[in-house]
Write a protein that binds this ligand. Structure first.
Ligand code: HEM
Length: 123
């Protein structure tokens, strides 16, 4: 399982890098956001990130029903996806975009903290 865990960790880092890169383009050169590789790669990475997460959850029996940190991690994942979507698609003003990006980053950091410490923050 160590290999899957390393892959999961690496994919998580690539995911936040791609999201941050798309945020930089959004603020500086939004036309470049429609490049084909940026329409595809982030979704491929995030799908494999999710699949490796599910693989770890099932093989280590770390289910959200028994582990509050896992439940919080999945809720934080929903919030991360939502704030990410908000930042790149719905936010109208620059202030809203910055706020959305900081929000997404906060949820991402919480997800990493939960995965590493197994200590809940909200539940
Ligand atoms: C944005 C999404 C995610 C991020 C940033 C993330 C991040 C991480 C990190 C940093 C680790 C620790 C890896 C290590 O110890 O080397 C981890 C472990 C783990 N993740 Fe995720 N993860 C995400 C999504 C998911 C999902 C969707 C699931 C399950 C459905 C999941 C289940 C797990 C499990 C079971 C572990 C192993 C925990 C342990 O053995 O202590 N992750 N994750």
């Amino acid at each position: 399982m160590e290999l899957v865990k390393s892959a999961h960790f690496t994919l998580a880092m690539i995911s936040i890098l791609l999201f941050s890169y798309r945020f930089v383009l959004l603020m500086r050169n939004p036309k470049k956001l429609s490049q084909k590789w940026l329409k595809i790669l982030p979704h491929v990475i995030d799908t494999i990130l999710l699949l490796t997460g599910i693989t770890l959850m099932v093989s280590l029996s770390l289910y959200p029903g028994e582990h509050d940190w896992m439940l919080e991690k999945l809720l934080a994942l929903v919030a991360y996806i939502f704030t990410g979507f908000y930042t790149l698609k719905w936010a109208r003003t620059d202030a809203m975009k910055y706020l959305g990006y900081l929000g997404a980053l906060g949820w991402f950091i919480l997800i990493i903290k939960l995965a590493m410490t197994h200590q809940t923050m909200f539940l």
